[in-house]
Structure formats: structure tokens, C-alpha cells
Design a protein around this ligand. Structure first.
Ligand code: UGA
Length: 435
């Protein structure tokens, strides 16, 4: 089996590499020649634990290669995966499908013999059919089938999520294409992963429904956390108390500064827009989008309140800038709302993030970037934990207190406990827990 993976972004690079680990021969294609050069030299453009080693071993085994030559790759492939970007279109919230459709035309022109064309990027319902149409128009003689195979991996645990998924969803009506997909995922049959075959549209919608449901779950617990603060309850106990009910489940009930990243904000918005356009609006998700946007801004107010109502002329230390740990991804990170709001309120900001500072510098130019957590907090009037990197879970509290001007900590990820922090002499604020 040989496949092409068009697009070496997060999803493309991880999926391509993992398929090669499954024993499939994979050609990863990207238009960005500099990126392909770097990949060919063994340099991985993203930070993802375990990816580096997996790329190296599969390249060495001759199963994984990188090229800019789409036509040559496609001509040699049994299946072609489209994993290009689908950013939010400016203005209307729809996913921008330009890259997907461009790829479809190029694939059509290059296909050679029966080929399965698979959308791996998250694409709105109806995209698979549109790609099918484009390919037919470009190459009326083409022998191909269209498949939707959305990816459910998370950044930071992408390799494990791909290799040991809860399920695989494959949307296609063609028995022949199903056979090809079964071959590609053969390894997962051995570990008894549920593999669901559906229609194209069902598969596309399943991906959006999963992400919007998870975003809704997070937003629900965030609002419960706010309520906890008003009634003196502890959100972690509430989350455990409801999560142990198997119908609810314990995961994705951790409160925080609002969801971010490259997927939830974009996908919730795209589904809301699609639903509204079809005349079947998703009012719950519309509300989730609105609450989450407000929440990120409200977190700056929470920090200001913890600093006795003003940060004007004060120095705030921020630990963690990425939208979650184990990634260098800054897309839609809560820090992009919180830090500018603090600057606007007159604060000076010093920050440290283990992997995100290169990306952050371009987006948050007006802050001081430090070499480690303790350097960031030295001389600061308050310390904010914004991303739950492991390095911030076990700070030396005596050293923290010594470094800070005042023992003020705002922990937006609840990595410390109020009792411990009180015992250590901190004025401690967290999310949804009595102080
Ligand atoms: C998310 C989904 O979890 C994946 O299943 C999906 O494949 C991916 O989007 C995608 O569509 O490509 P990801 O964005 O990498 O994955 O990260 P998550 O771990 O889901 O976190 C998303 C955001 O939710 C983060 O800002 C995180 O801090 C926040 N979150 C998550 C919470 O605030 N509380 C939680 O309990 C869980």
C-alpha cells in the first residue's frame, strides 16, 4: 500500500508518520519547499512529543518521504489524503476551503489508475461531495472513490491518539474504498478499535459534533466553576460527582480560562455558521462560542481583581502562553486575550513558556520573554499560571515567594490547592474553588 498525504501541518505530518509506522509507504507532500527541505534534513517543524523519533525511524526504514512534487506522489498512490489547512474565513466564520479545492484539482490531474481520495482535514458537511465533483469535472475519465476520514487526535498526545484511537470514522458508500481503508487501518483491527463506516456527510458531521460537544462540556464546567465561586462550592468535587455518572463521563470537565487551540474555536464557529445557513441553528453551540469568547476576557478582570483592583504600574509574571501544555501552538490561546488586556490596564508583563515563546514573540511583542519561570517572576507583583505545563506544577514555593514582590498567585488551571497555598502564605486565587 502506498499513500500520499497532502499537507504537512499538524494533522498531515502526524497522520502520515503514524501510517508509515503502521507499515504503509507514505509520501508527505507540501507546497512549502523550505518546510520540505527541513523535513528532509530530519528537522520537525512542530513540537509534538515522540514525533521526532517516529519520523526518523520511518524515514530510515524507507517508508516515509517528503516532497513538493504532488503529481509524482499522487500518480504512485493507492490513496491520497487531503490534510491541508481550513482556516476560518474572515468575516463570516465559514471554513475557507480554497486549499482543499486547489488540492482536489491537482490530485485529479495527477491520478493514475484507481485511487481513493480521502479528506483528513476537518471540512464542513458537503465538502466531500464538492471535492468529488471537482475531480470529475477536471478528469471525467478518473477512476476514484471519495472518502471522509476525520482525525480526532489531540496536540500534545497526537501519536498515542492516532495509534490507539477510541474509534475511527470512515465515510464512504464505496465497498472498494472501504477495502482500501480497512487495509490502511489493519493494525487497529488487531487491537479491536471500533471502526465505523458511514456516509460521507455523516462522517463529516460526526467530527464537528464531537468537537462542539467537547467544547460545550468545557464551557459547562467553566460556568459551574463561576457559580461555585459565588456559592462557596468546589468545582473539582462537582466535576467528580457528576463525572462518575457513566452517562456524563469524567473527561473534559476541567475548568480553566476558556478553550483555545486550532480546532475548538474554529470548528464551533464553522458548525454554528453551517447550521444557521441551513435554517437549523445550533443555539447551544452559539451560546458556547459567545461564553467562551467572553470568558477569556473575563480572566484578565479576575487577575486585576486579585491585584486589589488595579495592575496599573504593576509587573505581572505569566507562566505558560500556549493554549495547552506539550505544544508550541499559540492559535487562539487564552493568553492572546488576557495579556493584551493586562497591558491595556497598565501592567508590565514578563512571561515564560517552555515551547511557545518563538511563536508568541510575533503575536505578543510588547512583553518581556524570560529564560525560565523564576526569572519571569523575579520582582513581579503577581504570578499567573496560564498553561498547566508540568514544569509549573511543582514550583519551589519558598523560592517563588522570595522572587515575587508580593505573594500573589492567580492559578487559572487549578494546578495548586487552596489549602497548600494558604499554608505557604500566598494570596491565592483559582477557578471555582473556595479560598
Ligand atoms: C481537540 C480535540 O480534543 C481532538 O479530539 C480533535 O481531534 C482536535 O481538537 C482537532 O479537531 O484537531 P486539541 O485542540 O489538540 O484537540 O486540544 P484539547 O486537549 O482538546 O484542548 C482544547 C482546549 O480545551 C484547550 O485550550 C484546553 O486547555 C481546553 N480544555 C480541555 C479545558 O479547558 N478543559 C478540559 O477539561 C479539557
Amino acid at each position: 500500500m502506498r499513500i500520499s498525504m497532502i499537507g504537512t501541518g499538524y494533522v498531515g505530518l502526524v497522520s502520515g508518520t503514524c501510517f508509515s509506522e503502521f507499515g504503509v509507504e507514505v509520501i508527505c507532500v507540501d507546497k512549502d519547499a523550505a518546510k520540505i527541505d527541513r523535513l528532509n534534513q530530519g528537522e520537525i517543524p512542530i513540537f509534538e512529543p515522540g514525533l521526532d523519533a517516529l519520523v526518523t525511524s520511518n524515514v530510515a526504514a524507507g517508508r516515509l518521504s517528503f516532497t513538493t512534487d504532488l503529481a509524482a506522489a499522487v500518480a504512485r498512490s493507492d490513496a491520497v489524503f487531503i490534510a491541508v489547512g481550513t482556516p476560518s474565513r474572515r468575516g463570516d466564520g465559514h471554513a475557507d476551503l480554497t486549499y482543499v479545492y486547489d488540492a482536489a484539482r491537482e490530485i485529479a490531474a495527477a491520478m493514475n489508475g484507481y485511487t481513493v481520495v480521502v479528506t483528513k482535514s476537518t471540512v464542513p458537511v458537503g465538502t466531500g461531495r464538492a471535492v468529488e465533483r471537482i475531480i470529475r469535472e477536471t478528469r471525467p475519465d478518473a477512476d476514484f472513490d471519495m472518502v471522509s476520514n476525520p482525525e480526532f487526535l489531540r496536540e500534545g498526545s497526537a501519536i498515542n491518539d492516532f495509534m490507539r484511537p477510541d474509534r475511527v470514522v470512515i465515510g464512504t458508500e464505496s465497498e472498494r474504498a472501504q477495502q482500501v481503508m480497512r487495509q490502511l487501518y489493519r493494525v487497529l483491527y488487531l487491537i479491536e478499535t471500533p471502526i465505523l463506516f458511514t456516509s460521507l456527510e455523516t462522517s463529516e458531521l460526526t467530527k464537528y459534533a464531537a468537537n462542539t460537544f467537547l467544547a460545550t462540556k468545557i464551557t459547562f464546567i467553566n460556568e459551574i466553576a463561576d457559580l461555585c465561586e459565588h456559592v462557596g462550592a468546589d468545582v473539582h468535587d462537582v466535576a467528580r460527582g457528576i463525572g462518575l455518572d457513566g452517562r456524563i463521563g469524567r473527561k473534559f470537565l476541567h475548568p480553566g480560562p476558556g478553550y483555545g487551540g486550532s480546532c475548538f474555536p474554529k470548528d464551533t464557529l464553522a458548525l454554528v455558521t453551517t447550521a444557521r445557513d441551513t435554517g437549523s441553528p445550533l443555539r447551544i453551540v452559539e451560546t458556547v462560542v459567545d461564553i467562551n469568547a467572553r470568558r477569556k476576557r473575563a480572566m484578565a478582570d479576575k487577575i486585576i481583581a486579585a491585584c486589589e483592583g488595579s495592575v496599573a504600574g504593576k509587573t505581572i509574571a505569566i507562566l505558560g502562553l500556549t493554549f495547552k501544555p506539550n505544544t508550541d501552538d499559540m492559535r487562539d490561546s487564552p493568553s492572546l486575550d488576557i495579556v493584551p488586556a493586562l497591558l491595556e490596564a497598565g501592567a508590565t508583563v514578563r512571561a515564560f513558556d517552555p515551547e511557545g515563546m518563538d511563536e508568541a514573540r510575533a503575536l505578543l511583542p510588547d512583553i518581556t520573554y524570560c529564560d525560565d519561570a523564576y526569572e519571569a517572576m523575579t520582582g513581579a507583583d503577581a504570578l499567573v499560571v496560564l498553561t498547566e505545563w508540568n514544569a509549573f506544577r511543582a514550583l519551589n514555593l519558598a523560592r517563588v515567594k522570595e522572587a515575587l514582590n508580593a505573594p500573589v498567585m492567580i492559578d487559572l488551571r487549578n494546578v495548586y490547592t487552596p489549602a497548600d497555598m494558604a499554608a505557604a502564605g500566598f494570596r491565592y486565587t483559582s477557578v471555582g474553588r473556595p479560598t
